[in-house]
Design a protein around this ligand. Structure first.
Ligand SMILES: Cc1cc2nc3c(=O)[nH]c(=O)nc-3n(C[C@H](O)[C@H](O)[C@H](O)COP(=O)(O)OP(=O)(O)OC[C@H]3O[C@@H](n4cnc5c(N)ncnc54)[C@H](O)[C@@H]3O)c2cc1C
Length: 519
């Protein structure tokens, strides 16, 4: 199918930035089409640490603009998606003799004015950083920083005894790949065309209109292009749109390990390493602990990012410096890696490259293309607003609207999860607590629609394992663009951690059959 009139925007890439821009633009009445070459969120946007956070450590790099924007954003986002996002407390153990060799602007200043500290961070400096973190972003929902006595607080129990004191502060969790899918769905509900498993192979300007060719042989025409290809942003600039842009992207791989559960409370740890880096240890999917991340240069976006032995050992050694119990390879149940597409600002190290996003409009081809570099999950909505401001120089664009508007299923109060779970169990007596909570956390108020009319578990059709039923999978295929078992168990959910190979294979076969029947 070819559109008769040119679209306003054609967006390349179905990660958080592409889908966030599509939703925002469609809601302003623009005619939008988006193509994603694989599944939605199949690249970086499903491989993050899954935090809506200001980025405490970016204060060391004096990235105050970015930190402030992200801190303000946390609560705006939390309100718009109380199902897939929730507050978390982070415990930062402190030890007077800890030394950090990181070459950050704050580290350099400290070496200059307090050379006798020899890389140690005074407690007052950490407290000052946390004071800024608490106050830069107009916090209303999230509680502020407090000091913990780890000798008596339960958060101290799994840690080595030299950590007697800690600071505890707030940030938020976000189900990253669900965030992408919900933005795509909302964009579609507002009129956008969302195509998955469709690669943009070329885009040519003819008389001020982009002619876009897709891998399925179809074409589209659009007044403006958005290149939100994440790690492929430079490939798209050079190989698809064929521009001579100067901008570059620096690919920095970050890996995580998922271990069996290492501690029994719901707080996260923020561990500082001697190399000046930090890692998180986060309670994950009920039975696990998520530990990450690393920073390693990654040469080619098409090389699938995978954890190296060195990265795995680095994370194990780092965590073992803090936990009483040594964390070993035997504890690891899963790993995942992603590539940060950072704007190449010529920074010397992977951890020092700016985390801020950069938006550049290039008109050298005769029609405008907006290239998106960098960004965080946390700032995706603001990035989209800034993108629309740039697009507004070329197209007629209405005012900002997304602040405070709920994503699908997120139309309930920020502290309303327990009430949603209770109501779902009242309506469907067969749901266990864990099952009902999983559904509310994934679908919010839409969970009721998925289960509608079901009086027994059998009414939900085939049961694939770990409470996943045919009814839910059909919803994911019809409404959420899922095509394969991997889309369902590693992106729309993390049930892959709880299902065995046979169960996943039977799910895949069932989904293939559904697709054939629908064709
Ligand atoms: C290890 C790690 C941890 C992180 N942790 C956090 C965190 O805790 N909090 C936070 O806020 N941020 C975090 N981030 C940052 C965040 O994940 C990224 O900034 C964000 O996901 C980037 O999204 P994107 O849409 O730009 O890229 P992507 O998600 O990579 O999307 C780009 C998409 O474009 C598609 N594409 C490319 N070329 C084409 C083409 N020719 N045709 C069609 N489609 C194409 C790709 O398939 C891909 O899906 C983390 C990043 C990493 C790597």
């Amino acid at each position: 199918m070819a559109h008769q009139d040119p679209l306003d925007l054609f967006i390349i890439g179905g990660g958080i930035n592409g889908c966030g821009i599509a939703r925002d633009a469609a809601g302003r009445g623009l005619k939008v089409s988006l193509a994603e070459m694989n599944d939605l969120a199949s690249a970086t946007s499903s491989a993050s640490t899954k935090l809506f956070h200001g980025g405490l450590r970016y204060l060391e790099y004096l990235e105050v603009r970015l930190v402030r924007e992200a801190l303000i954003e946390r609560e705006t986002l939390l309100r718009a998606m109380p199902h897939i996002s929730w507050p978390m407390r982070f415990v930062l153990p402190y030890h007077r003799e800890q030394r950090f060799e990181g070459d950050t602007p704050v580290g350099r200043a400290l070496r200059l004015v307090m050379p006798w500290m020899k890389g140690r961070r005074p407690a007052w400096l950490i407290r000052l950083g946390l004071f800024m973190y608490d106050n830069l972003g107009g916090r209303k929902i999230l509680p502020g920083t407090r000091t913990l006595d780890l000798t008596s607080d339960p958060a101290g129990a799994p840690l080595q005894p030299q950590y007697a004191k800690a600071f505890e502060y707030s940030d938020c969790w976000i189900e990253d790949s669900r965030l992408v899918v919900l933005n795509a769905r909302d964009a579609a509900a507002r009129g956008a065309e969302i195509m998955t498993r469709t690669k943009v192979t070329s885009a040519e300007n003819r008389d001020g209109v982009w002619h876009v060719t897709l891998s399925n042989g179809e074409t589209r025409q659009a007044r403006m292009l958005v290149n939100a290809a994440g790690p492929w942003v430079e490939d798209v600039i050079k190989g698809v749109v064929r521009l001579n842009a100067r901008e570059g992207v620096r690919l920095v791989r970050g890996s995580h390990i998922v271990t069996r559960k290492l501690f029994d409370h719901d707080k996260c740890y923020f561990f500082q390493g001697r190399d000046g880096r930090i890692i998180f240890a986060i309670p994950y999917e009920g039975d696990f602990t998520l530990i990450g991340t690393t920073d390693a240069d990654h040469a080619d976006p098409s090389t699938r990012p995978e954890i190296t032995d060195a990265e795995r050992d680095y994370l194990l050694d780092f965590a073992s410096e803090y936990f009483k119990q040594t964390v070993t390879r035997d504890d690891i149940v899963w790993t995942y890696s992603g590539v940060r597409p950072l704007y190449d600002d010529g920074a010397s190290s992977a951890s020092a490259a700016t985390r801020d996003y950069v938006l550049k409009v290039d008109e050298s081809a005769g029609a405008p293309v907006l290239n998106v570099f960098g960004g965080k999950i946390t700032t995706y909505r603001k990035l989209a607003e800034h993108a629309l401001a740039k697009i507004g120089a070329h197209l007629d664009v209405k005012a900002d609207w997304t602040g405070g508007v709920a994503l699908p299923g997120g139309d309930f109060p920020v502290d309303g999860v327990a009430a949603q779970v209770g109501a779902l169990q009242d309506a469907h007596g067969f749901l266990t607590d864990a099952w009902a909570k999983r559904l509310v956390r994934a679908y919010g108020t839409e969970a009721a629609e998925i289960l509608s009319g079901a009086d027994t578990a059998a009414d939900l059709g085939q049961h694939f394992g770990a409470t996943l039923t045919a009814r839910e999978v059909a919803w994911l295929m019809d409404r959420e663009y899922a095509r394969t078992a991997e889309d369902v168990v590693w992106r729309r959910s993390k049930l892959g951690l709880k299902m065995d190979k046979e169960q996943v294979a039977s799910l895949d076969a069932w989904m293939a059959q559904q697709k054939d029947a629908a064709a």
